[in-house]
Design a binder for this molecule. Sequence first.
Ligand code: ZN
Length: 347
Amino acid sequence: MNGHLPPSPAFAALNWIAAERILILDGAMGTQIQALGLDEDDFTGRASGHACRHHSDHPQKGNNDLLILTQPQAVEDIHYRYAMAGADIVETNTFSSTTIAQADYGLQQAVADLNAEGARVVRRALDRATAEDGRPRFVAGALGPTNRTASISPDVNNPGYRAVTFDDLRAAYLQQATGLIAGGADILLIETIFDTLNAKAAIFACLQAMQAHGQALPLMISGTITDASGRTLSGQTPTAFWHSVRHARPWTVGLNCALGAAAMRPHLAELSGVADTLICAYPNAGLPNAFGQYDEGPQDTARQIADFAREGLVNVVGGCCGTTPEHIRAIADAVAEFSPRKVPEYA
Ligand SMILES: [Zn+2]
């Protein structure tokens, strides 16, 4: 579908860098936002004079994406810290900026602003960082899985029931991708995929948005392994997952979240063995403790990710839940000596 579109200038630049070295992705937003200790008035912006112009009767505490509009400086500063820690690619804070996910907060009408501003605030942070050190950096527009699955019924008494359809998802993701591109995203990143049918809707929407934009953007696709047997929630192995998304010719395919680096390793090795494109891995900082917090320190995470690099499994690495700018700095230092994985050539 996007085969005949010319690649964006950023696409060419990213390919050039990826041939030379392992690229660094940023770390978690959630942990950094939590550390700010924001209350309801901070989330709505009533306390800071950036009150959201979109009205909702729902409480907004916990709606992290809304901070793009109501605490833009705080969000920009987090992105900036990741950029200065060594991230080449920084993700927008838009994991839940679809009409489907924002319905929980009564803010479906805010998604165009959330996505466009979400990309702009990353661009501002990256431009600040680049003004200091001259290094190019790239905005990855993040598309999350939504809180509904198209493959599995949430009602045990009605296995045929679906809380969301493919078409609902495709329409929601098209709005999101369009907003991210309008705000200047260099990359579209579909992440934390637990349901391949949701991911297929997101892929379709991203390709449609690129078509409307008239340029091909690099597409990053990242699944998550949710059980010990090494399958996604919709039941696929890493190999099956690759074959379900390969038609999109993603710039990277990979894994994030759910597991720490150690438990991710065999699944990543499997994916690296079958995928004829770049591989991206951004695990959590280990597994959460009994309080849901992550204890794994920057050096521990970095050592395990350096093992991925030493074995030639990765082209892009970063961190998911529980990682901080210190983790990203340690990861960037630890992989600097290793060459990027060579993409195998299959027919
Ligand atoms: Zn995560």
